[in-house]
Design a protein around this ligand. Sequence first.
Ligand code: ZN
Ligand code: CU
Length: 532
Amino acid sequence: MAWSLLIRNGMVIDGTGAPVERADVAVEGERIAAVAPRLLGEAGRSIDATGHYVTPGFIDVHSHSDLFYLGCPAAESKIRQGCTTEVVGMCSFSPAPVHPARRDTVRAWAGGIGARLQIDWETFAQYLDRLRAARPSINIVHMVGHGALRLAAIGPDARAATPDELRVMERLLAEALDAGAFGYSTGLVYPPSVYGSTDELIALSKSMASRGGLYFSHIRGEAATLEAAIAEAIRIGEAGGVGVQIAHVKAAGPENWGKMDRVLRMIDEARARGLDVTGDAYPYNAGSTKMDNLLPPWVHDGGVQKLLERLADRPARRKILEDCLIDGERWRTPMGTLGFDQIFVATCSRPELEGLDLAQLARKTGTTPTEALLNLVEQERAGVSMVVFSQSEDNVAKVLGHPAIMVGSDSLGLSAGPGPHPGKPHPRMYGTFPRVLGVYAREKKLFSWETAVNKMTGMPAGKLRLNDRGLVRPGFAADLAVFDPVAVKDAATYADPHRHPTGIPYVVVNGAVVVDQGRMNSAGTGRVLTPA
Ligand code: ZN
Ligand code: CU
């Protein structure tokens, strides 16, 4: 027998959760051809995996790389972690569909941080064609963003959809599913998704239920309203007849940390009723998003231009302070009530400010933390991101260890060298998967290697009904990761985030060796996947 690729002498973790077994893995073209001990035969390429685990390529079930693919199709920071598939179009954001009269609005909304979207498409199908033409190195599962649906059908206004507008959104969602979307996502703290009612989301879910569409939910608040927001997401799935994925499950703000047990019980109870409710998490106690999300929803009404006008207006600034500033020293946000030393500038146009917390920024600029915050968002025209330490380490482990939780990085794929490589982004962009393996499986022994791998492969593949990915099994796509269980380790830190992990020497995407002895080949062998 002659294979195109033979990975010899490794220990195979197949992705189902079943125990590790010593086996060789043979690949023919884009598919796994055989998995068995001591496979004989010639191979075009042979890799010795002695002392290494051979696993399915990881599926990042929550990613925002779609905002970068067209400029950065290599997605190196993801692939170097062992990822071979990303689920994008998350948290209400997707680059399509686009109303031709609102291209600028979509560009300002979706392209906030470093991304330079040249929008020359309208429909989801046209956009996916552009994505295929960009020859991504990673496989892509795309959701359509509820924010994009709303911008296309309604615009950025803070109001309910009319019955006609709801029908337009349903039609645009159906078109996206026809083109290859797997469902839709919300970001119910982000404008304009935040303006959608529960009934609107149930109607959209019902309209895709018979087609197996999935609802991915960044819920309506991860802090004060956490339990009600979880209940809403479950209700949308139940009344809409669709599977639900709760994004980056967390309790934000110390005053809410005690709610996590109840939240996980709500998920268990929904599953016990037969509902397909699952979630994802990343292995860090800090989150990251655009800094303007520290401002209350009314400030965003009408889009970025309106936001900037309000920031230039004294009475509006005073009203923001009245709404958010507590005792002169803490800030009430959708991410809980936070001290100014828990909020860090991640990426903006001025490198000297990146990595400072808001208290430090205030000292540096000779003003108060609140003025420093409002000034920065205004000066950067809302194009500034932040890292926010809002969660407890105990909860991070509790959530990651829960049987209905998978691993999602909630990050962008970046590449070193030319292209976007800015600032001090959250280290999860480079470190999520090796950190789960190295810290949570090896060091903390939170779960077995097999369970850790299942949360990154078979479990998300099952949720997405990817029937030929996510397992090491003959006939499946040859998406594989090879890592050293002793050495696998994340290297990215908050202070120095642009660092690839160690201990992951090989990554195979559709049969092509994309990471080879720890070096990246931008093979462009990723596919835009379509639902079964
Ligand atoms: Zn989100
Ligand atoms: Cu997200």
